[in-house]
Design a protein around this ligand. Structure first.
Ligand code: BV8
Length: 231
């Protein structure tokens, strides 16, 4: 059996990571769609770098929760292919899967990038973000390069879409966990999985705009509903 799981901000909510739409969708008075765009970065690099620096600085204060760990335990025993696609840019899934070693056939993809990585705007080279990079924001390997967060902004193509699409086309089960289904192309994955004949389950705090696209539904806080569901 091949499994694809999509997660969103809701799976990290109980770790203390704010979601995007629970608040009024503003960050320091800016709509995320304004700050998280190439235009926003071009218009005000310092503001956008600060937006990500603050979220990056927050990561050591949070830890994976029971929902992240339940997925890691599943990855340790799942016998088929298991692709975990997260829209989240935090490293909570990574830490959960470092603590519990997944079987072969498991892959984690951050389709919207990662807070802990930087990218050279000239060469596209991706590197781990480190504090000595931060003050300069200039690329250490390319004099004319400015470092940007390795984040997929609105209007930019998400990462590894070919790999994700290939997995959706042959999956038997598709779980969507903790995402409002507002952002594309992630919000369209359920239709691709259903077209492939997969069992589809929406697991979220409450019904979402895409609820009718799923065959099954499980509502409640992820740390309460996911572990028994995956057991
Ligand atoms: C692209 C990185 C094209 C940034 C992010 C009009 C119609 C349709 C589409 C569009 C449109 N206009 C523009 C578009 C495209 C656009 C889009 O979809 N816009 C939306 C706003 C309409 N999409 C894009 O731009 C994408 N790119 O289309 O490229 C292209 C084609 C060819 C060539 C080049 C380009 C790129 C989108 C990626 C943007 N980057 N993240 C950052 O993080 O700073 S998106 C960002 O927001 C997140 O990554 C995530 O994807 C999204 C937030 O969604 P969620 O994760 O779902 O979070 P949310 O808060 O919304 O929901 C949380 C859920 O959890 C809730 O349902 C809540 O009930 C639940 N919950 C809360 N607590 C719990 C819980 N569940 C369980 N337990 C709990 N305890």
């Amino acid at each position: 059996m091949n499994l694809v799981v999509l997660t969103g901000a809701g799976i990290s909510a109980e770790s203390g990571v704010p979601t995007f739409r629970a608040s009024d969708g503003l960050w320091e008075g800016h709509r995320v769609e304004e700050v998280a765009t190439p235009e926003g970065f071009a218009a005000n690099q310092a503001l956008v770098q600060d937006f990500y620096n603050q979220r990056r600085a927050f990561l050591p204060k949070v830890a994976p929760n029971a929902a992240h760990l339940a997925l890691a335990e599943l990855a340790a025993r799942w016998e088929g292919d298991f692709l975990l696609v997260t829209q989240n840019v935090d490293d909570l899934h990574d830490r959960a899967h470092q603590a519990i070693t997944p079987r072969d056939g498991f892959e984690l993809i951050h389709m919207h990038g990662e807070l802990l990585k930087a990218r050279c705007t000239c060469t596209g080279k991706v590197m781990d973000w480190s504090d000595d990079l931060e003050p300069h924001h200039t690329s250490p390997h390319h004099p004319a390069g400015v470092l940007r967060p390795h984040i997929v902004w609105f209007g930019e193509m998400p990462l590894r879409m070919d790999r994700i699409s290939e997995a959706l086309d042959r999956c038997d089960i598709f779980l969507s966990i903790g995402t409002s289904g507002n952002v594309y192309p992630a919000a369209g994955f359920v239709e691709q999985a259903r077209y492939a004949g997969a069992r589809t389950v929406e697991i979220n705090l409450e019904p979402t705009v895409g609820r009718n696209l799923f065959g099954e539904h499980l509502y409640g806080p992820a740390t309460e509903v996911l572990p028994p569901f995956l057991a």
